[in-house]
Design a protein around this ligand. Structure first.
Ligand code: SF4
Length: 429
């Protein structure tokens, strides 16, 4: 049987799709091999969030072809959708497939013959509900469930609406079918993912409705919401999280900036005050909730005062952690035309300042877990041999435990904290 390897770059949604692709190739009879081994078919699921991500994809093609010079090379993902021609011009690439046909790749490949010139398949992206071919094998402990794709917001710095198309939701029955099969495979936690998942709508069921349907699946212990846009979190979502133990009390609520002028240049449809009031509402409704966020520093026009306003909000709110992005120009976005640009050394200084604060926030959040007993879903062992997993509020927890705790949910008494992890001991079951 031919060997194949799937390499995914970028976000959780791309990772979810990469896992589905791997399953699909396996069910087509391919022998899936890790990156380190020679292969007959290389599939790269690319990312285009920054120019850096695109360069990484081009380097990866050359690196993998060195190990498997005769391999058939297929590239898909956001970079393939945005600039298929650039990828098709790389020596050794045979096929470039746009977003619309990503899930069809296994059936598109008739032969693994090398082509003299690369073929490009990039159909217009559909607007309607979608389904995903059934595959199903046990993946990483916390399984991603793709429920939505695309976005209609068009933030000025973001390429996603151009690479993944307009917002569209997965067929409700198809979501529930995959959730049940993931649970049947032994997954205890499902992470609902997409691009702008809060806009989910299908068969008259919205995001809150879908979440609540997922909680009705007996064999699923935990439902985790991945990154969400603040403008899509309404009181029904808040009440559902507050009232249903299966939904993890954690949200990754993208802020991007704490300055209204910058938010307006970013075309983000909320103000800093609205974000803060939503955060405070969440805190009141769900005590101890974990909240992460994304922040862009160095956005064009971000004055020192604007940056300090962002910093002040990050300092004021009890976040769990930040993902800090240094603004990077992407010619395909509207923000590329916004002036003035911020000097690289200033962007670097702002990014370092926010990262330092982020470490303090994470340590502070872990400190607040000390003395609590949390149900932890264990995933792997770390380099010290301790078992590591996540509590429902996303606290990362480490214990010295005997035996195999993989994919087990066990009560842990938190006894101490570090920046990256809370330390604990297994509490009596
Ligand atoms: S809401 Fe998110 S995915 Fe949509 S355009 Fe803005 S940043 Fe991109």
């Amino acid at each position: 049987m031919p060997r194949a390897s799937v390499h995914t770059l970028g976000c959780r949604l791309n990772q979810a799709e990469g896992a589905l692709l791997t399953d699909a190739f396996r069910s087509e009879g391919y022998v899936m091999v890790p990156e380190s081994e020679p292969t007959d078919l290389i599939v790269i699921n690319s990312c285009s969030v920054t120019r850096g991500a695109e360069a990484k994809c081009r380097r990866l093609v050359r690196y993998l072809l060195k190990r498997s010079p005769g391999a058939h090379v297929v590239i898909t993902g956001c970079y393939a959708q945005l600039d298929a021609e650039a990828l098709a011009s790389i020596d050794g690439v045979d096929l470039v497939v746009g977003t619309e046909d990503k899930h069809n790749i296994p059936s598109l490949i008739e032969s693994l013959e090398k082509r003299p010139t690369a073929e490009i398949l990039r159909r217009p992206m559909s607007r309607g509900p979608f389904t995903i071919p059934e595959t199903g094998s046990f993946r990483e402990t916390r399984a991603n469930l793709k429920i939505q794709d695309g976005c209609d917001v068009f933030c000025s710095f973001c390429v996603i609406p151009y690479t993944r198309g307009r917002a569209r939701s997965r067929d409700l029955a198809d979501c529930l079918r995959e959730a049940e099969s993931l649970a049947a495979l032994g997954h205890r936690e499902i992470v609902v993912t997409g691009v702008n998942i809060g806009t989910y709508e299908n068969s008259g069921v919205d995001f809150t409705g879908l979440l609540s349907r997922l909680t009705e699946i007996d064999s699923i212990d935990r439902i985790r919401i991945s990154s969400v846009e603040p403008m899509t979190i309404n009181s029904r979502v808040v009440d559902l999280i507050a009232g249903n133990e299966k939904i993890c009390p954690y949200l990754h609520l993208c802020l991007q900036s704490g300055d209204d002028q910058v938010l307006s240049s970013m075309k983000r449809p909320y103000t800093a005050a609205e974000y803060v009031s939503l955060f405070r509402r969440l805190e009141r409704a769900i005590p101890g909730i974990g909240v992460g966020t994304d922040v862009i520093v160095g956005f064009p026009g971000e004055t020192d005062e604007a940056f300090e306003r962002t910093y002040a909000i990050l300092e004021e709110l009890p976040f769990y952690h930040f993902h800090v992005f240094s603004y990077s120009e992407h010619g395909s976005t509207r923000s590329a035309r916004i002036e003035p640009k911020i000097q690289p050394e200033q962007v670097k200084a702002r990014s370092e300042k926010v990262r330092r604060l982020g470490a303090l926030k994470k340590k502070g959040f872990h400190d607040r877990q000390i003395g609590r007993t949390l149900p932890v879903l264990f995933e792997t062992k770390d380099e010290t041999g301790s078992w590591v997993g996540h509590a429902p509020n996303y606290s990362r927890v480490s214990v010295d435990g005997a035996g195999n705790l993989a994919n087990e949910i066990r009560p842990v008494l938190i006894t101490d904290s570090l920046v990256e992890v809370a330390l604990g001991e297994l509490a009596g079951d």
